[in-house]
Design a protein around this ligand. Structure first.
Ligand code: UN1
Length: 479
């Protein structure tokens, strides 16, 4: 029988109403475990526990809070290989990527351990003589966290750590498809000295647990990462009841390659950004916008490189690209391969279902050329190992194409020109701009987020996380 993993509510491990099977996408015969699924009543119990725990946590010792977060970070870092292996097994990114992501989660906890004791306010003179003004930050209350499957340890970490650091209590609902890493974080938190109810894990379906969090008046704020459609639905409901909301959603990130680019750098940025982690990153570059003078050389070099990549079981040494996360995502990817060809783009290489020693959702990295920015493959987020090349006559046209999208998360340029790099940094309409580095793969201590349809609300990560996880108070005192 598969191992059973329970929810963590009010400091107790509790069985769910039902359970769901977490399966390894590299080897569908391999069951990671059976994970509890909360029903609406259990979600409510988690919210109630977080509400009860809030006053004491919000006003308790900041040294204790910092110690707990530091301890959690240290344990995640010490266990990075084991947690990274779990991640790769449940999600399908390669082992080096899984271990790297686990390490990132540990660093995030340690970063926010430090932030706990660095929270500062402001003191100003009032325009009225004899009056002082103080501006301070306070926690919000119970925060509902809804996290995706594609970064199953880093994204829970980058929402849980700041939420707790700034004095909030938490109910976390991880993705149904890959809840194992969030469960592991919950298990570490359960031994770290948190008072019961400060952190609760309620695994289960978005339509049940997610909805309970979004609708409950006791949940003050919701931070969500996932699809555009789900995000829009959450925003509408949250705003209707005046809850604070932070959304990280899709991307259709451009990587501009100019004639003066260093070709190996351009190829590395394109291949890393578009195909690593199986293209399942909201920061993935899916539009390669290439100026005429380098276009053919770039396309040939990327196609050559893709042929050398090994697509196989995520846990095998030497695998460059793991499987697609599940059958329904594979269907989406394959549908877009058809759509692109029907629209007139040329599928230059890849896009084939592959059989490997273990039965998994393997797809070879697909590159379209002769794409136009009007095509659906250039406008809609695919979330798979699929990218398209769009030809541009010069930098100005490339910039215009890069910005011609509903999204605005990350945008990259490969160039040796200071003039174009500087102009692109100023004029890109994305939240994050990358010069000679891939669009995906971000640091943990600086703001993360986008513009337009990609994000809503304050940025995540770094000290900017305080914008979402706290509220500001302005106090006036006449002495
Ligand atoms: C990264 O590119 O390092 O869901 C992080 C996502 C993003 C995280 C990307 N929120 O893909």
């Amino acid at each position: 029988m598969a191992e059973q993993f329970r929810n963590y509510i009010a400091g107790e491990w509790v069985a769910g109403a039902t359970a769901s099977v977490n399966r390894n996408p590299s080897d569908t015969a391999d069951v990671v475990g059976e994970y509890a699924q909360a029903d609406a009543a259990q979600a409510k119990a988690a919210i109630a526990a977080a509400k009860r725990a809030f006053p004491a946590w919000a006003t308790g010792s900041i040294q204790e809070r910092a110690n707990i977060l530091d301890k959690v970070g240290a344990e995640i870092l010490a266990r990075r290989d084991e947690l990274g292996t779990l991640l790769s097994r449940e999600e399908g990114k390669t082992l080096p990527e899984g271990i790297g992501e686990a390490a990132r989660a540990g660093q995030i906890f340690r970063f926010f351990a430090g932030e706990v004791v660095r929270m500062a306010g402001e003191k100003l003179a009032s325009v009225r003589p004899g009056v002082d003004v103080e501006v301070t930050r306070e926690p919000l209350g119970v925060i509902g966290l809804i996290t995706p499957w594609n970064f199953p340890i880093a994204i829970p970490a980058w929402k849980i750590a700041p939420a707790l650091a700034y004095g909030n209590t938490v109910v976390c609902k991880p993705a149904d498809l890959a809840p194992g890493c969030a469960w592991a974080i919950a298990e570490i938190l359960s031994r770290a000295g948190l008072p019961p109810g400060v952190f609760n894990l309620a695994m289960g379906r978005g339509s049940v647990v997610g909805e309970a969090l979004v609708d409950d008046p006791d949940v003050t704020a919701i931070s969500f990462t996932g699809s555009v459609a789900t995000g829009r639905g959450i925003a509408a409901k949250a705003i209707a009841r005046m809850a604070k909301v932070q959304l990280e959603m899709g991307g259709k990130n451009p990587l501009v390659v100019l004639d003066d680019a260093d070709l190996p750098t351009a190829v590395n940025c394109a291949v890393q950004g578009s195909y690593y982690s199986t293209g399942q990153r909201c920061t993935a570059s899916s539009r390669l916008i290439v100026t005429a003078g380098i276009h053919d050389r770039f396309v040939a070099a990327v196609a050559d490189k893709l042929k050398t990549l090994r697509v196989d079981n995520a846990l095998l040494a030497g695998t460059d690209i793991g499987p697609v996360v599940d059958e329904s995502q594979l269907d989406v990817d394959c549908k877009y391969l058809e759509v692109g060809q029907a629209e007139g783009a040329r599928l230059l290489t890849g896009g084939e279902r592959l059989q490997r020693a273990t039965d998994g959702y393997y797809l070879s990295p697909a590159l379209f050329t002769e794409a136009s920015n009007a095509m659906r493959i250039a406008r809609e987020e695919i979330f798979g190992p699929v990218a398209c090349v769009i030809r541009a006559k010069d930098y100005d046209e490339a910039l215009a194409l890069a910005n011609d999208t509903e999204f605005g998360l990350s945008a990259g340029i490969v160039t040796t020109s200071l003039k174009y790099a500087t102009h692109f940094k100023r004029h890109s309409q994305a939240g994050m701009v990358m010069v000679n580095v891939p669009t995906a793969g971000v640091d943990y201590h600086v703001p993360f987020g986008g513009r337009k349809g990609s994000s809503y609300g304050p940025r995540e990560q770094g000290r900017y996380a305080a914008e979402f996880f706290t509220t500001v108070k302005t106090a006036y005192t006449a002495a």
